[in-house]
Ligand binder design. Sequence first.
Ligand code: FAD
Ligand code: NAD
Length: 472
Amino acid sequence: MYDVIVIGSGPAGYVAAIRASQLGLKTACVEKSFHNDSPQLGGTCLNIGCIPSKALLDSSHRYADALHQFSDHGIKVQNPTIDIPKMMDRKNKIVAQLTGGISSLFKANNVTQILGTATIMGANTVEVTYEGKTETLETLNIVIASGSSPIDIPVAKVNHKNIVDSTGALEFQAVPKTLGIIGAGIIGLELGSVWARLGSKVTILEALDDFLPMADSKISKEVLKEFNKQGLNINLGCKVNAAKSNKKNVTVNYENNGSEFELNFEKLIVAVGRKPNTENLFSKSSGLSVDERGFIPVNNFCETKVKNIWAIGDVVRGPMLAHKASEEGIMVVERIAGNQVEMEYAHVPSVIYTHPEVAWVGQNEKDLSDAGLEFKTGSFPFAASGRALATGESTGFVKVIADKKTDTILGVHAFGPSAADIVQQGVVAMEFKASAEDLGLTIFSHPTVSEALHEAAMAVNEKAIHIGNIKK
Ligand code: FAD
Ligand code: NAD
């Protein structure tokens, strides 16, 4: 009898399993993906998501720098070239190192790794099937962390050759001359950036008329301008009617503003969102069910409607992000161990790892206006940051939003160099319920790009030093 069986070894599941074991709970983690008869640990994030995409973003960024930026610094490099198989090999080695690392962590923490597909039969029973053999396991608690998979659309069926999903787009062995992408979401922008930097002519077809509607609206506008400048060619309000694979390319037919268009691409990436992995996950008798979009309904503590069955990560509501998944994992097993841990969902940061990065935490001006709340804002452009100028990265700005009366920070939004790390400082400040004044009175090292956060916080109360404090 286990105390906890975790289903899935992505950032939700593996973190939950390790923490559960640290808390003295007898824990097993079941994973269905395999390699050489062993579980392939790490889920989407480590194998086909966060890590490989960031490896390619970093390689392609260095190449683009060599092509376009080095000369500004007086560095001469003649005709830089990129070796795609070597770049892919580097990415694969990083993935192997990290996924192997989880296996070592499981061993060090006494987490039992079980290979197979788990099915929940009841509140205390999990069946695990591998190569036709089924084993029945008994447990006091079940944590579902089965993650998500790409959504496919009937008009552009993925064939894993020239019409691919995000996984295929991490594995091209040559730079496609022309690349179409359906969806200007996070994957479309990150993977579009990778291939555009390497030389692809990229066209993105987005259904919505709004670009990045979840971000601060001024940031979305600047980002759209900058990415079009970088060659992403983002088309909004497009209805894709068909994508047909031919021998040589993919022909895409779409409508935009009442007109019909046809484009041919060497490769097409379908990046229109992800869906939860809940198919065949539980038997009827388990008492579990899913909502109309396939997610497992849970409360703020990730409890399902069946006592002692919990669900975390991409398989439940909320943003599909690795850090949100991991924090839910920790909260759940702490609660199983009797500790009253809660998670502050309002402080989950979001980052788009393009160059420059886009990042935010908390509420934006539209959220607050829609809720009828009074707020004040302060912004600071990187064009006025000494360090940003010294680095040659002065696009974008930082915005701090605070409660009009209490001055408590309600949101931090950034587009520019190290935006992810700058917003992370905002997350820490918000976690400690800091005011804009608190952040303004905090000492920031000079010269750093983080000083833009300091100045934006000071600008909230018209105390910025390096820009005019014009009332917005
Ligand atoms: P997953 O990572 O999907 O793991 C679920 C695991 O459960 C899988 O290993 C699966 O095989 C296993 N499983 C499923 N069903 C069963 C079953 N019945 N029995 C046994 N095992 C089962 N997020 C970020 O925060 N930052 C990023 O930079 C980022 N980049 C991304 C880039 C890409 C290209 C993609 C696709 C995603 C990215 N994400 C990123 C999102 C992130 O990968 C997910 O939010 C995260 O992996 C979710 O973790 P999870 O543990 O809930 O699910
Ligand atoms: P997404 O939800 O971010 O974007 C999908 C986009 O496709 C949306 O803009 C949507 O309007 C558009 N779309 C949907 N149907 C369409 C259609 N038929 N035609 C044209 N456009 C259409 O989803 P994604 O980019 O696939 O990424 C999935 C999830 O993975 C993200 O929501 C995110 O949570 C996670 N992720 C995170 C990161 C990160 O944290 N940096 C990176 C990659 C992925």
